[in-house]
Design a protein around this ligand. Structure first.
Ligand code: SF4
Ligand code: SF4
Length: 202
């Protein structure tokens, strides 16, 4: 069945001339775009049941402390990160180890106060603290949002890449978390027709 009757098209031509045809073609263009999205693959992320977003390495997620090659804490407890933090959510208590090195006895981050500005990461002279790609750390209690030195050392470091979707599984046994089932997945924008056309044309 035709979308527009012959009479309607004739009337459009008689009453509006070429201006009417311009708007009519624009309407057809819009409808064809709608139909192309209607028939293309879905871009909806099946999170948390089946899929999970892996953010880019530049993402500012949960803090982590990096280790040296020998596995020791890289932090030298200079307290620059705590001094520069606008929210005063980092607490560092230094001590001197057997070799006379300055080390953190206490290193706490209160993520409930943090605004994830990244200043602590920028200020660190030894790149010990970083804001990583972990974004699933919600908690029902304020205490659950506190991260101490031991916890910060176990948080995974940044990956080389990101910006893709991986297969994942929701785990609610001990905690609510989504576990990735593979290392690399698909880039979600590959499913967006317009973006793909632009990419192909480039
Ligand atoms: S990201 Fe910003 S607010 Fe959060 S701990 Fe670092 S400096 Fe403070
Ligand atoms: S994380 Fe970096 S800036 Fe903060 S106390 Fe340790 S060495 Fe200093």
């Amino acid at each position: 069945m035709p979308m527009f009757s012959k009479n309607a098209l004739q009337k459009l031509s008689e009453n509006n001339g070429w201006v009417g045809w311009v708007f009519f073609l624009d309407l057809i263009d819009g409808l064809s775009l709608t139909m192309s999205y209607f028939l293309s693959k879905t871009v909806t992320l099946q999170y948390p049941d089946k899929e999970k977003w892996v953010p880019y390495p530049r993402n500012r997620g949960h803090h982590l402390l990096r280790k040296n090659n020998d596995g020791s804490n890289r932090c030298v407890a200079c307290e620059l990160c705590a001094k520069i933090c606008p929210c005063e959510c980092i607490k560092v208590v230094p001590y001197e180890d057997e070799q006379g090195e300055r080390r953190p006895l206490v290193y706490d981050v209160d993520t409930s106060r943090c605004l994830f500005c990244g200043l602590c990461e920028d200020a660190c002279p030894v790149e010990a603290i970083a804001l990583g790609q972990l974004y699933e750390f919600s908690s029902y209690t304020r205490q659950g949002l506190m991260a101490d030195k031991e916890k910060l050392l176990t948080i995974p470091g940044k990956t080389e890449t990101g910006g893709y979707v991986v297969r994942a599984k929701l785990k609610t046994g001990t905690d609510v978390r989504v576990e990735a089932q593979e290392d690399t997945g698909y880039h979600w924008w590959d499913r967006i027709r317009r973006r793909r056309q632009v990419k192909d044309a480039a």
